[in-house]
Ligand binder design. Structure first.
Ligand SMILES: NC(=O)C1=CN([C@@H]2O[C@H](COP(=O)(O)OP(=O)(O)OC[C@H]3O[C@@H](n4cnc5c(N)ncnc54)[C@H](OP(=O)(O)O)[C@@H]3O)[C@@H](O)[C@H]2O)C=CC1
Ligand SMILES: CCCCCCCCCCCCCCCC(=O)[C@@H](N)CO
Length: 376
């Protein structure tokens, strides 16, 4: 009588081996499908949409504007300096996907002033035949690095105004516009933060807190917006507007922009040493990587490997992009940071030991280089 196949032999392969192989193949197939995005819906369609980009006249914001113009969006760029805005509009016309249909516009406004943000959103709505924009992407801001005690407090307040308040004022004006009845309920509000919101680096005291505040606002709004979504399901009982608003925040590492060149002139040598792991990216790279992540529907978005590790250690209560992937990332990052946290502090300590204090002391603020705030 022929022997029945035993538990350990099925055409010569044991069943546990077969099981593990199937599992491994499934994981590989799943990863490949995810990597190439087969069958995945684009969560960030932009063709024919009206997109406002603050800080859209330079650096990352300008690169985002050019990229989206090339994908068929109608783009409004907002910043203070008119000449840079005009040249960006001209360049967008050149790269437009459909130059006959697409419309471009610029608004000069200092967005650290809330009234200016309201005016800006009202102007965009007028220009868009009475409808608000579909996407608002906050990129305005610049960095004034320096040691906390050496940078005059007035400049630190300016950083809060130009980094946090330009974003918060824009979000306030935008959401008030969006939470009125709207034609196309799916909207995107995008903040541009920095990986410094995840990991402290000495010499960024005037700047990092403003970025950390943006991250906190983003997390709060991503929860608060659900109240509007919930109310909308009961719209037969109340007048809730359709509020399918998605919030996202981008966390770039260094970006090779005009703002970055200026920042390098002010930056303490210790800070440059501590951020040695940062290999700055071009604005175009940052724009492209961010847009691809938005298309995948991500919430907290980093633009390179080291930034992702920095995010992992600091995920806290933020909504996850992928529950399993982000959880594994946070475990691994926490292990990496067991070494990174004391390393950064030791480097600061040893810097002081070797070099003493820098030349500028409190009370000599007049010698501190001033933040560049290009004229309106
Ligand atoms: N460069 C870097 O290394 C990093 C930058 N980031 C962040 O990314 C974003 C873009 O940075 P980057 O590419 O360097 O930008 P740039 O410094 O090259 O450009 C900044 C843009 O913001 C505008 N802007 C600045 N202040 C205001 C204001 N008060 N009201 C309206 N517009 C304003 C500027 O125009 P104008 O001056 O004419 O108003 C310009 O269009 C910023 O939020 C920055 O903090 C994050 C990580 C790293
Ligand atoms: C393997 C993981 C190790 C992690 C080590 C931590 C390294 C810190 C790198 C700091 C990078 C700061 C980039 C943001 C810069 C920025 O926002 C300004 N340039 C603003 O313009």
């Amino acid at each position: 009588m022929p022997q029945l196949p035993s538990f350990t032999s099925l055409s010569g392969i044991s069943i546990p081996t077969l099981g593990i192989s199937v599992l491994v193949c499934t994981v590989i197939a799943y990863t490949v499908i995810n990597m190439f995005g087969f069958g995945r819906k684009n969560e960030f369609p932009v063709e024919g949409r009206v997109i406002v980009i603050t800080g859209g006249s330079d650096g990352m914001g300008r690169a985002v504007a050019m990229n989206l113009a090339g994908r068929g969006a109608h783009v409004v760029v907002v910043a203070r300096t008119v000449s840079k805005l005009q040249s960006t509009v001209e360049d967008m016309r050149r790269v437009a996907l459909n130059s006959l249909k697409q419309r471009f516009f610029y608004i000069s406004a200092d967005l650290s002033d809330a009234a200016e943000c309201d005016r800006m959103i009202a102007e965009v709505t007028g220009w868009n035949y009475g409808s608000g924009p579909d996407v608002v992407w906050c990129c305005a801001g610049f960095c004034h690095p320096g040691f906390f005690t050496e940078v005059p407090i007035s400049i630190q307040r300016q950083q809060m105004d130009n980094v946090y308040w330009t974003a918060a004022n824009t979000a306030h004006a935008t959401l008030r516009n969006w939470l009125a009845p709207m034609k196309n309920p799916r909207r995107h509000l995008i903040f541009t933060c920095s990986t410094l919101a995840f990991t402290p680096i000495a010499g960024y005291g005037p700047y990092s807190p403003a970025k950390a505040a943006i991250r906190s606002l983003s997390d709060t709004l991503s929860q608060e917006i659900e109240m509007y979504n919930g109310a909308f399901t009961q719209r037969h009982r109340n007048s809730a507007p359709a509020a399918d608003v998605k919030i996202h925040t981008i966390f770039p590492m260094g970006i090779l922009s005009a703002g970055f060149e200026n920042e390098q002139k002010l930056k303490p040598e210790l800070t440059k040493m501590l951020e040695d792991a940062d290999k700055p990216q071009t604005p175009e790279e940052v724009a492209q990587i961010s847009i691809s992540a938005l298309e995948r529907g991500e919430y907290l978005i980093t633009t390179m490997f080291v930034g992702n590790i920095m995010k992992g250690t600091s995920l806290g209560p933020s909504p996850r992009n992928a529950p399993i992937g982000d959880t594994v990332l946070s475990w691994l990052s926490n292990l990496v940071f067991l070494q990174v946290i004391p390393d950064l502090r030791n480097k600061a300590f040893n810097w002081g030991k070797t070099n003493g204090l820098p030349n500028v002391y409190p009370g000599e603020e007049d010698e501190t280089p001033q933040a560049t705030t290009p004229p309106s």
